[in-house]
Design a protein around this ligand. Sequence first.
Ligand code: CP
Length: 304
Amino acid sequence: MSKNLINFSDLTKKDIFDFIELANNFKSEDSLNYRDENLFPDKKIVSMFCEPSTRTKLSFQIAAHNLGAKFIDFDLSNSSMNKGESLEDTLSAMEMMGVDLCILRHTESVIHDFVKNFSNMQFINAGEGSISHPTQTLIDLMTIHESKEKFENLNITIVGDLDHSRVVNSFIEAIQIVGYKSITFCGHPDLCKNFIESPIGNFEPELETALQDADVVMALRIQNERLSEKLTIGASDYVERYQINVDSLQVADPEMILLHPGPVNFGIELSKEASELENCKIRNQIFNGVGMRMAVLTKLFSQA
Ligand code: CP
């Protein structure tokens, strides 16, 4: 395994299962919390989020706290990047100050370009534009693994704004490593242009058909912040055709599980009522975020 986690080309199937096992091992005896371990008191972690985040940043912060590492949140808005300092020079300054690991979220695909220039500081990709978000996918795989025995048997349906989702790209990379039975992509064609003729799965424009045989359904929000053109479908028509709710789920298998990486636009891609069903694992995903990020930090520090 590489000393950085940038995308799934850095990982094998064994690495992915090791992450899931390690994350589960960090659960407390009653499985309601994650244990505090003082494994890395000398490690200094900086989080640098050039895009907003709640789950990713906070769960890394709590994970670092649980492992005894120092967590420093880089204050982008008051940094010298606002005086024109480049990202690369900023990261170099961090490395010279003795930062061990940088958790970086960025609007562009820049993380790959930078990591090779840093021999002492490690990197975790915490979300790159609409390109990749590997730690979210590790959480999603951990959450699926809790409910389903094997990945190889799973019919997976992904619904929503696929073209602008970094989550879907990382998920597709990873699911090809761990195995799957089928993938169905569903959503308005304006938001699924890259998935209509995908070699990985089938595009299904009708939500009801896409939900019918699914073992796992992943709902994705419309990423309004990334849309370059106005959608040709209005909000109420979108809800009518693509919202996952108690009515649309009538056709789903009773054992189906529903995921959403968050944040959720409740009332658009998912109804509040559907999110409260037993099948919905969004709360598990958020909880697992802490354990998986403890596992990621632990495994990467062991590669340093
Ligand atoms: N899923 C996810 O990345 O959420 P945040 O943007 O809140 O970190």
